[in-house]
Design a protein around this ligand. Structure first.
Ligand code: TXA
Ligand code: MG
Length: 308
């Protein structure tokens, strides 16, 4: 897919450019330019101890960042790349400290999006955190980035992202693979490919292994809460996201148990709720008894939004 020269030049000049991926929009900068990376942190207001994911367009580029590629990684890359799975490797010494926030590991993924892949092909591997101000929900549309940054950030508009939640982050640098951030590619799918048990980082632990997990995230101004028996659908200051709605009303969105759709739309609903002046976003509870691989990721993001 041809990319307008102005975006390619901006990256080459050491500026940041927001671009679509299949998960959420990323705020891209050249992974080999520390000044450009500093701009990413500054633009987002991101704490400097929160490392970035490097996005590649070519399998060979992994070798520039990862010290070794374990067999497990090879299997997962074959199965899921390009796609919403980030792998954490032991890093090469050349990798810039600004990218890894001083950790001895490096997170890498290959996004399944033509615009993203073409942009990387024309430039370099790109660091790309979600293109939101730190603390706001990740952007799933170009207009979300405009809302956070005005016209100060260049955006390549690729429409709405398909997945809607950030990639699964899987650490394969240790003895046993561990999910640091759940995403649409679930534990079962990974275990099936590896034929091995995969651990899940305990969110309650004092020191999360994925630094980003300790920061407040994903939250609109409206309060997000789970539906309970006290809530009244007549309360028009609340937006209800329901799985099995019985009535049709402006403040009720019915997902008819389509969890992929809820994942795709969640952050947009959060942002739109603020624009529409809702005081609360109330979500019908669910658990992983439903058969959808996106449920742990949805629960993770909604729990974070409700607990703040
Ligand atoms: O879907 C995605 O992953 C999106 C799109 C744009 O690709 N990107 C994204 O980046 O969500 P960000 O920066 O918002 O989240 C990256 C997460 C953070 O939780 C960070 O702490 C973790 O990945 N991470 C990055 N490098 C790591 C490392 N070396 N070890 C452990 N966790 C790491
Ligand atoms: Mg983020």
């Amino acid at each position: 897919m041809p990319i307008d020269q102005k975006y390619i030049q901006a990256i080459k000049n050491g500026d940041v450019v927001a671009f679509p991926t299949e998960t959420v929009y990323g705020l891209g900068a050249d992974a080999w330019n520390s000044e450009a990376i500093a701009k990413v942190f500054e633009t987002k207001g991101r704490p400097s101890d929160n490392p970035l994911i490097v996005h590649v367009s070519d399998f060979d580029q992994i070798n520039d960042f990862a010290a070794e590629i374990p067999e497990a990684a090879q299997l997962l890359i074959e199965e899921f790349w390009p796609g919403p799975l980030t792998l954490v490797f032991k890093k090469k010494p050349e990798v810039l400290d600004a990218v890894t926030a001083g950790l001895d590991t490096i997170a890498i993924r290959m996004p399944a999006n033509e615009i993203a892949l073409s942009l990387i092909l024309e430039t370099n591997p790109l660091v790309a955190p979600s293109a939101n101000r730190s603390g706001a929900p990740s952007p799933t549309k170009a207009s979300h980035i405009k809302a956070d940054f005005g016209s100060s950030v260049l955006v390549i508009d690729g429409g709405s992202t398909q997945v809607g939640l950030e990639s699964t982050v899987l650490d394969i640098s240790g003895e046993q693979p561990m999910i640091l951030r759940p995403g649409v590619i679930g534990k079962d799918q990974i275990e099936q490919v590896l034929n091995q048990t995969v651990l899940i980082d305990d969110k309650s632990s004092e020191k999360p292994k994925s630094p980003g997990q300790k920061y407040s995230h994903y939250k609109p101004k409206a309060d997000v809460k789970w539906l309970d028996s006290e809530d009244e659908f007549e309360d028009t200051s609340s937006l209800f996201l329901l799985l099995n709605a019985e009535t049709e009303q402006q403040n009720i969105i019915n997902y008819t148990q389509d969890f992929e759709k809820l994942a795709r739309e969640l952050y947009d609903r959060f942002r739109q709720a603020d624009l529409d002046g809702y005081k609360k976003v109330i979500i019908e509870p669910f658990d992983d008894r439903y058969d959808s691989s996106v449920i742990p990721a949805l629960l993770n993001r909604i729990e974070k939004a409700t607990s703040l």
